[in-house]
Design a protein around this ligand. Structure first.
Ligand code: TYD
Ligand code: MG
Length: 437
């Protein structure tokens, strides 16, 4: 027997409550609970006469059942995905507005279409004419993509069900989709979740590689329900500073591959170009050593990337609260490092403004960058450049110790190849790396 219950879902995080509250108990946002379509609860009876069907069990080891990955030919895109598109899978791609999601996906769709497979691109944000204009700017006007401008998930699925399934289906964006069979205005949690569910089901049943573009909120998470991330197989993030040319495509979750490889692109007049050797891309290019600048040997999957960390310290005369501003690094990690430098090394930053920037619009999350940041801060404080052609890496603990990090030896070797003469890092890591090989 089916029972129905009232339920309220938070429009910010998607969590469900059974009574209305002013503040969401999960994400603490105010006035975000909205009554949702009631959930239907079936009481379970385990017998076939109730309409249940038998599930077919099959052995795990059936090579003929393995889906074949399809490389798109855009190597940086394939690399970030772990080798290409998997038929019957769903990818959610997030990124700031204007970063280039639509541009990249149009380029991917064009490659697929030109290889002779079917690619469908549905834009819910732009009119077909606008997409055509972009395509002609990108030199893709003649690519046999099937293009539509639509926002009704039901119409889109009705159309798709009446034709041969395409190899690639792009929905740009999932937040613009709506269905008249689901309650709520377009963009609400239940609409986004419901439309995504139907599109993903279509993709899985028909062996279609589905890409859903997702808006991101101010703090960088994909807007709408968190459940969207659970529903898809791959979550990609397209990052970069809009004012810089470089863009990084990164997998945050990948059911079919590793999440440590990145794809690097440069936004040019003719769309996104692949950057095949990104190792020195994020250096500022000045050969003269400058105070407040340190080079960090980052590793992105198997590829080394040298990144410049820049710090600026401004002494304040008055007793005003000093500012700390960070671009490309975690601001709470900076606060922690400043505290460690104060408490363990006797340096004083308390009456100074601290600015930290990772050059080239790169975003650092590796804890091994601690030493590079500390070196840049100390160099800026002392107003003395660090040793020329040097790289810095290592994690700093709250006790002020330098801790070993992964692949120390590899970082040093790669920096050496690029002409860096000195490496400063924890002794352990180089040794551990050598032993592990
Ligand atoms: P777009 O793909 O519309 O971003 P998103 O879908 O993530 O919102 O990218 C738009 C930006 O890219 C816009 O600011 C202009 C820039 N751009 C170029 O620099 N060159 C190009 O060839 C194209 C098509 C866009
Ligand atoms: Mg777009």
């Amino acid at each position: 027997m089916a029972k129905t219950k009232r339920r309220y879902s938070c429009q910010a995080c998607g969590s469900v409550s059974h009574r209305w509250q002013g503040q969401c108990p999960d994400c603490a946002e105010w006035n975000t609970l909205v009554e949702d379509a009631p959930a239907t609860v079936f009481s379970m009876k385990h017998n076939l006469s109730d309409g249940g069907k038998l599930v077919e069990f099959a052995p795990l080891n059936r090579a003929d059942e393995l889906p074949q990955r399809k490389a798109t030919g855009i190597d940086e895109f394939d690399r970030a995905l772990g080798g290409g598109l998997v038929p019957g899978s769903a990818i959610l791609m997030g990124g700031d507005p204007g970063i280039g999601k639509s541009t990249l996906l149009l380029q991917v769709a064009a490659r697929i279409a030109r290889s002779g497979a079917e690619a469908v691109y549905v834009s819910g944000e732009e009119a077909a004419g606008q997409v055509r204009m972009r395509a002609s700017r990108l030199g893709l006007a003649d690519a046999p993509i099937k293009l539509a401008s639509a926002t009704s998930a039901r119409d889109i699925l009705t159309t798709l069900n009446g034709m041969a399934p395409p190899a690639l289906l792009v929905i740009d964006s999932i937040q613009t989709m709506h269905s008249d069979q689901i309650e709520g205005a377009p963009g609400t949690v239940s609409q986004v979740r419901g439309c995504a569910f139907e599109l993903i089901r279509y993709a899985k049943e028909n062996g279609v590689a589905l890409v859903l573009v997702g808006h991101v909120t101010k703090d960088g998470t994909i807007a709408g329900p968190r459940v969207l991330e659970h529903m898809v197989d791959v979550v990609m993030s397209f990052e970069g500073e809009r004012s810089h040319q470089y863009r990084i495509l990164r997998a945050l979750k990948n059911r079919f591959g590793a999440v440590d490889e990145i794809g690097v692109f440069a936004m040019a007049g003719q769309g996104l170009e692949e950057v095949r050797n990104p190792s020195t891309l994020f250096l500022s290019g000045s050969d003269e050593p400058l105070a407040g600048s340190a080079v960090f040997p980052a590793l992105e999957g198997t590829r080394p990337v040298l990144v410049e960390v820049q710090a600026l310290i401004v002494r304040l005369q008055s007793g005003a609260t000093p500012r700390r501003a960070v671009v490309g690094w975690d601001s709470s990690r900076l606060a922690m490092l400043l505290a460690v430098l104060e408490a363990r090394c006797g340096l004083s930053f308390s009456s100074a403004e601290v600015y930290l920037n990772i050059s080239g619009g790169y975003r650092l999350s590796d804890p091994a960058a601690d030493i590079a940041v500390a070196a840049a801060l100390v160099s800026a404080l002392a107003d003395k450049p660090l040793a020329s052609r040097s790289v810095w890496f290592g994690e700093i603990s709250l006790a002020g110790e330098v801790r070993p990090v992964a692949h120390g030896g590899l970082r040093l070797r790669e920096a050496g190849k690029l002409g860096f003469k000195h490496g400063f890092g924890p002794g352990e890591s180089a040794r551990a790396d050598r032993q592990s090989r």
